[in-house]
Design a protein around this ligand. Structure first.
Ligand SMILES: [Zn+2]
Length: 405
């Protein structure tokens, strides 16, 4: 493949892959041997700008049961609690056909944006009982099967901390999640039972070998301590499965002195944190006028402490975020602006690729040695071009077929 660039951050052994450095990338002609990317040679005469080669992207956090509902809602606006109420009111429209059509649209959008791995949360709990899954769970499980040749899709059951505080409820839910091959998710805010809920989540995750995924501290009010409890529990139990914490907005309330030991504890415990800029910017820091606070987690300080930090898309066109796009590059670009992540941007690409795969319990895909079926070609000559958005990527395998013709 002529005249491409590969971000250094997405190579396991950059020193062995090529020697033409171009800012945060290596450049040259991509050598493919036995269906795998093996290196870059000096670029041949180029008629067109270079294009970027990346592994397929990973979307660590969406809500396919809720997406694409905004157009039928009225009077939406407000904070997280208002969004929860507005979304609950929309549930009367959630027939199996409605859920399937919206979720399939979301999956198609993610796959055309380049995703090879996707984790979606799905609200758990039927109206009659927290023990049984919502009807959307079954629909999403069927869709995952239908899409298995297109992408790896993980479903995280989104339960509530107070329900999980009951050990028997936690056990019944975890057993069902395990039988569906799912991930155990828990929503943790200022629930009275949050400490017990977290403790039980770790216990049943260990028992049923589940990955954990928390919506935690999604607020800016003082006193939210879920992330700290999770870090302590991960350390205390020595839990080996992946633990991902989304949001962690309340870190914005913590001064540098208190933040450093918490961030270091998260790094030691191997707990990953997902920054979810679109929903946070929309819902957090609401007052009467224009917001003067950002609801993001402390991306830069967590990265500095060695925490595995990801960028995710979260809600797309629902009560939690009336806008949004199912595209990890778009989410990373938004995080870069909102959290002041400065160029070179190549260093942040693991947030939507290798580090995100690791946090989801998947093997990271580096470009060197990757099968061409796992690689994408983006019509972008630099990493700022890439993040600014230049259209849908091509599968590298298809692009090569085009060159050979
Ligand atoms: Zn979420």
């Amino acid at each position: 493949m002529r005249n491409v660039k590969v971000p250094l951050s997405l190579l396991a052994r950059p020193e062995r892959f090529g020697d033409q450095r171009d800012q945060d990338c290596l450049s040259g002609d991509l050598v493919i041997r036995a269906g795998k990317a093996v290196g870059l040679t000096a670029a041949s005469e180029a008629e067109a700008p270079a294009r970027l080669v990346l592994p397929r992207l990973t979307e660590c956090h969406v809500h396919l049961d809720k997406c694409h509902t905004i157009s039928r809602m009225e009077g939406v606006g407000g904070d997280l609690i208002a969004a929860i109420e507005a979304q609950a009111a929309d549930r009367q429209n959630w027939t199996a056909d409605d859920i399937r059509a919206r979720a399939a649209r979301g999956l198609d959008e993610l796959i055309s944006a380049g995703c090879g791995a996707i984790r979606s949360h799905v609200d758990w709990g039927a109206e009659i009982s927290p023990l049984a899954p919502a009807p959307s769970w079954k629909v999403l499980c069927e869709l995952v099967q239908e899409y298995q040749n297109k992408a790896t899709v993980q479903l995280a059951a989104l339960t509530g901390a107070d329900d999980m505080a009951d050990p028997e409820v936690a056990d019944v839910i975890a057993r069902q999640v395990a039988s569906a091959g799912g991930v155990l998710g828990v929503f943790i805010l200022d629930h009275l039972g949050r400490r017990e809920g977290i403790r039980n989540a770790f216990a049943v995750a260990e028992k049923y070998q589940l990955a954990l995924d928390f919506h935690v501290d999604e607020g800016l009010k003082p006193g939210l301590d879920g992330l700290d409890i999770i870090a302590d529990e991960a350390m205390r139990t020595g839990f080996q499965g992946p633990v991902l914490c989304g949001h962690a907005c309340s870190l914005m309330n913590i001064g540098t002195d208190a933040l450093k030991p918490l961030a270091e504890k998260l790094a030691r415990a191997g707990v990953a944190v997902a920054c979810l800029p679109s929903s946070n910017l929309y819902l957090q820091g609401r007052g009467d006028g224009t917001p003067d606070r950002r609801g993001l987690t402390r991306v830069r300080e967590l990265l500095d402490a060695g925490v595995r930090v990801l960028a995710g898309t979260d809600n797309v066109r629902d009560a939690f975020c009336p806008l949004g796009r199912h595209d990890p590059l778009h989410s990373l670009a938004l995080a870069a602006l909102a959290a002041h992540l400065d160029p070179p941007y190549g260093q942040f690409l693991p947030m939507i690729t290798t580090n995100a795969e690791h946090a989801l319990g998947l093997a990271p895909t580096y470009v060197d040695g990757a099968a061409i079926g796992d690689l994408l070609l983006f019509d972008a000559a630099t990493t700022p071009d890439l993040l600014a958005g230049g259209g849908a990527p091509l599968a590298l395998a298809d692009a090569i077929k085009g060159e050979l013709q």
